[in-house]
Write a protein that binds this ligand. Structure first.
Ligand code: OTU
Length: 650
């Protein structure tokens, strides 16, 4: 959009920067800058308009954008143009993601290349290598406490190794997701070190206070994220003799986005990794970006303005790159991280669907889909050029952030239901086969979350130990069922490493001083590659789980109704154990799938009379596109076996 004030400012900035710009071929850059500048200017002004150095900061931002574009390779610029033409390429059903910790998965970046064929065997084409940036040994939060944002953690390799991995991935058409931890740095980051030594410029990069006055005000309303290991939101720094805001661990210093220099630094870092060849940038903990006294300091309006700025800027210099929002917050809030408008107020194209994830585990524990149905119904519609990252397990814990009203409507009391879930998944509930570990127990308010691998939470460990065949079947079927939902729901399924093989909890973290206090490490296993080979041995547990998942992925890729074009309809049925939804392709009326999931350990009947009125089940038999089995309809009913799913072609 053309607007006089911002445009004349931009002209001044460009004239000032001109002598330093050698490259002539900036046509695409200038067009994008011109298109987005009014938005960039307006957002920057809303955030920093009061500052005396506003013009200087704005000019520094534009300089960052030009410099980043100039260093963007020809190949990546070409990719930007290709993606521009095919602007909703990432909504296709062909994408299947995989998340792993490099060190635990393969040792380092070099050896990771030797395992790519394993992922391809499964059908993976989007790889998220969890944080690999330089961080101190020990106090690193699995890489989420970054010491140097432009350096690779020496434990896994160096920039050259990453370049070589990226080249390899590109030749296989596998996308790469890298993390940029935008909310905080390690307390050993150069900015933090300088702040400690008294440098005011860098003290301004963080939230630092002389006494408890401000921290106490903040604490009145800010929840605790890691109550066991890092209670409160502030840490006393001996060297500085000051309080520092540390919302997560005490060694993770929260960045101060009230300072525009921080935002510009982070945009520069995002573009640095975009230029290195990352296709997708995962923005960690985005809900926390703006702190405000008297609030929880999550989901603040300014946090959204910051993300809009990051997106607008990225679109100017590296438009082909997508953002993933990691915001584990209530559905009404999560949806906002896509932005309010795909053109005027866009933010991240992809967001973690933590709601679905937690609801799925609720269905596993209760064997009923009533809370799942209610919870999904209440997820607001999202923008068109936006998609979910659907997962059943990831590197973090399972939080029980369901809506209290939904819990009540499902027929439970919120407090005792959450209590039941924690007990169920930690194996304390009578008859529960799950063997997870509690995480983040908050003694003050009784909250707790759950850690544990998909297999251990699904009862595989207990079944193998006891040799109980029925229990073994149930656990494998639970794993399949969970995977089947994330494949079919609409969005990009994200497989967590180990889950395709039924990897159990890894207790070795208890022997590691740096990990033992954080139970999330129980589900961040060292891969056992000999066990992975068992996937090729007929009849083994590894073979059964891997084979089913591989088949689901292959079928998903073939079915256009599984692409995410807001083409899902949740269907209410009168059996509480069933979760039923349809997927359709607006451009192809023949591609329609009815997904039916039975979470109960007994077979369930589905009365299809109502569904028949809605155009489903027009014949007496119907094919399951996953198993190729023909399902018969008898007296208007179909039978769904215990813990299983159908993908019916209607
Ligand atoms: C994210 O997590 C990461 O995924 C965690 O691995 C990190 O520990 C954390 O940030 C700090 O960098 O910020 O928006 O239960 O769900 O900490 C949600 C805790 C986050 C995580 C939460 C999360």
């Amino acid at each position: 959009m053309y607007e006089q004030i911002s445009h004349s400012k931009l002209n001044d900035i460009l004239i000032e920067l001109a002598p330093d710009i050698k490259e002539k071929n900036l046509q695409h850059f200038y067009i994008r800058l011109g298109s987005n500048f009014y938005a960039i200017y307006t957002l920057f002004q809303q955030l920093y308009g009061e500052r005396k150095d506003f013009d200087i900061q704005l000019s520094s931002l534009v300089k960052t954008l030009i410099q980043s574009y100039i260093t963007r390779s020809k190949a990546l610029r070409k990719l930007d143009l290709t993606r521009e033409k095919d602007h909703d390429w990432f909504l296709s059903q062909k994408w299947v993601g995989y998340a792993l910790y490099c060190k635990e998965f393969s040792g380092n970046l070099k050896t990771l290349q030797k395992k790519l064929h394993y992922m391809q065997d499964l059908g993976i084409n989007m790889l998220h290598v969890m944080p690999i940036l330089d961080c101190p040994k020990g106090k690193s939060d699995g890489g989420y406490a970054v010491r140097d944002f432009k350096k690779i953690n020496a434990e896994v390799g160096n920039l050259k190794d990453l370049d070589s991995l990226i080249k390899n991935l590109k030749s296989r058409d596998i996308l790469l997701t890298l993390d940029v931890v935008v909310n905080h740095t390690s307390n050993t980051h150069e900015w933090a070190t300088k702040a400690r030594s008294g440098d005011l410029k860098y003290q301004n990069y963080y939230h630092i206070y002389d006494d408890r006055k401000m921290p106490d005000l903040y604490e009145e309303t800010m929840p605790e994220i890691f109550p066991e290991t890092s209670p409160g939101n502030f840490t006393w720094d001996e060297e500085m003799q000051k309080w520092v805001m540390t919302v997560f661990n005490d060694f993770q210093w929260d960045l101060n986005y009230k300072n525009p220099e921080v935002l510009i630094e982070m945009i520069d870092i995002i573009l640095f990794w975009a230029n290195r060849g990352a296709d997708i940038i995962r923005l960690d903990a985005v809900a926390f970006l703006w702190k405000k006294i008297g609030s929880t300091s999550q989901n603040e309006r300014e946090a959204h303005l910051i993300l809009q700025l990051m997106k607008d800027c990225c679109q100017v210099s590296a438009p082909g790159v997508l953002f993933i929002a990691e915001a584990i917050v209530a559905p009404v809030e999560v949806i906002k991280y896509f932005g309010e408008d795909a053109i005027n107020a866009k933010e991240c194209e992809i967001a973690y669907n933590a709601t679905l994830m937690a609801l799925l585990w609720d269905a596993v524990a209760t064997k009923k889909a009533n809370l799942l149905n209610l919870g999904i119904k209440n997820i607001p519609a999202k923008l068109e050029r936006a998609t979910w990252l659907n997962y059943a397990r990831c590197h973090d814990d399972i939080g029980l952030g369901f809506d209290d009203n939904d819990i009540r409507m499902a027929g439970y009391d919120p407090k005792s239901h959450r209590n039941f879930l924690v007990k169920y998944f930690t194996g304390e509930h009578e008859g529960s086969p799950a063997r997870g570990v509690a995480f983040g127990i908050n003694k003050k308010n009784g909250d707790a979350r759950i850690a544990g691998s998909m297999a251990s939470l699904s009862g595989l460990g207990v079944a193998l130990d006891s040799g109980d065949k029925v229990a073994l079947e149930a656990s494998i079927k639970t794993i399949d069922l969970l995977h089947s939902v994330i494949m079919a729901f609409g969005g990009i399924p994200l497989i967590y490493y180990g889950d395709a093989l039924g990897v159990l909890n890894d207790q070795s973290y208890l022997l590691d001083d740096d990990k033992k206090s954080d139970s999330r490490w129980v589900h961040r296993p060292y891969m056992n590659w000999n066990k992975a080979e068992l996937r090729n041995v007929q009849g083994t547990v590894e073979n059964r789980i891997f084979k089913s998942l591989k088949k689901m992925i292959a079928v998903r890729k073939e079915v256009s109704a599984f692409a995410d074009h807001n083409n899902r309809e949740l269907l209410q049925v009168n059996n509480p154990h069933l979760f039923v939804f349809s997927r359709f392709d607006v451009r192809n009326q023949y591609s329609r799938v009815l997904v039916i999931c039975n979470f109960d350990t007994n077979a369930q009947q589905l009365d299809v009379s109502d569904l028949r009125k809605r155009g489903f089940f027009q014949y007496d038999s119907i094919t399951d596109i996953y198993s190729a089995e023909v399902i018969n309809i008898t007296d208007n009913h179909i039978n769904i076996p215990p813990i299983s799913f159908y993908w019916l072609s209607t």
